[in-house]
Design a protein. Structure first.
Length: 377
């Protein structure tokens, strides 16, 4: 394949890698060795001792200092090639990655360990019209798949069981502990190397999309590569589904540039949108999370002000001396998913609502959908 790669195309490619564990380490290493010079890396975790046996970019000192994974990989990759531009996002792909950033990628590579994280990557990529490559490893098995807008959607491939399990999140450390208790090993560096190499190979095919369309390469889109290291077998399985009624793979287009900022207040943003669109009724939709102004205890209806995005409520409850110990199932969240002129907290900024940097706003004005790319100030 190396003879078919155009080095200038590889160097100019913009690649986002979500997840900096065993797979992410291998993928990032391979991308830099191939000459990719524009990377965005996403992860919310810190380096732990359990990562060291399968993660080439981490050291014992990193684990002892509990350094952020994104900071460590950025430092090590820069050491491999000082010319690379690398942007790090210490956060959750579900809530902290803006769509505007994704839409400027050539490909996204998922190195995550939960259905929920894959679902969120897929949602972003389908909206942004960007292909993505998924990888998964466990014990001595591994898989790789490619999802492309208009051809193959991760959400459409999830059956009822997958949908039920999707929201169950477990970090790499949690997977390791689970397998240790069962007396088995979650994965090896060898398995990460195999699947990580396949993922990067598929990503490079997507970067060379003209050659891919001409048949120079064959993509994994619509297929699943399965590798069994224990018995040294591989399979190529059909893995394609694209339901026209699936809301997850709606492509957000056209996306307009704007002077909107996440530091602006809700009131100012709505006013600016009404003027820009010459509209009377304007609504901003919070597509990835809702805003919670208060929680109340179901038993006695006593309210506690929260004023946070929904995904931050659990940590707020745990830190509150009065609410600590009450399960979330025992609380009622008062939520807002639509922000319009009746929203009672007009002085709050879009950032306080939970809208991330480099995001795209979904706006409905007088019944018409619009998508605005926010500027960063």
């Amino acid at each position: 394949m190396s003879n078919c790669l155009e080095q200038q195309r590889v160097s100019a490619a913009h690649v986002m890698v979500v997840g900096c564990g065993a797979l992410g380490n291998e993928v990032l290493k391979n991308l830099v060795l191939l000459g990719v010079e524009h990377l965005v890396v996403v992860d919310f975790d810190v380096v732990e001792v359990g990562n060291l046996s399968r993660s080439v970019l981490f050291s014992k000192a990193d684990a002892e200092a509990h350094r952020l994974k994104v900071e460590v990989v950025a430092e090590r990759l820069k050491g491999m090639n000082p010319a690379i531009e690398i942007q790090t996002i210490c956060g959750d792909v579900a809530y902290d990655v803006g769509l505007s950033l994704v839409r400027h990628m050539d490909v996204v590579i998922g190195c995550v360990d939960s259905r929920w994280a894959r679902y969120c990557i897929n949602r972003l990529c389908m909206r942004a019209n960007v292909p993505w490559v998924d990888g998964a490893i466990e014990e001595l098995e591994g898989t790789a798949r490619v999802f492309m807008p208009g051809k193959n959607c991760y959400a459409c491939n999830l059956g009822p069981e997958g949908l039920r399990d999707m929201a169950k999140r477990m970090s790499c450390t949690g997977v390791i502990h689970r397998h240790e208790q069962a007396g088995s090993v979650p994965t090896t560096s060898l398995m990460a190397s195999v699947i990580g190499a396949v993922q990067v190979q598929e990503a490079m095919k997507l970067v060379h999309h003209e050659a891919l369309e001409q048949g120079t390469f064959t993509s994994l889109c619509g297929k699943m590569f399965y590798y069994d290291g224990q018995h040294l077998t591989t399979k190529l399985l059909d893995f394609q589904a694209y339901d026209d009624d699936c809301a997850v793979h709606d492509c957000w287009a056209p996306i307009r540039s704007s002077e909107l900022s996440r530091q602006s207040s809700v009131s100012d943003t709505l006013r600016q949108l009404r003027q820009t669109l010459s509209a009377k009724l304007v609504t901003i939709y919070l597509e990835n999370d809702c805003f919670v102004d208060y929680v109340s205890e179901r038993a006695n209806d006593r309210r506690t002000e929260v004023m946070l995005p929904s995904h931050a409520v659990e940590a707020f409850v745990e830190a509150d001396s009065h609410l600590s110990g009450i399960p979330l199932s025992g609380l009622y969240q008062h939520e807002y998913r639509e922000i319009d002129v009746d929203f009672p907290y007009g002085s709050l900024t879009l950032a306080q609502l939970g809208i991330p940097s480099h995001d795209v706003l979904h706006v409905v004005a007088d019944g018409q959908d619009y998508y605005f790319e926010m500027c960063e100030q």
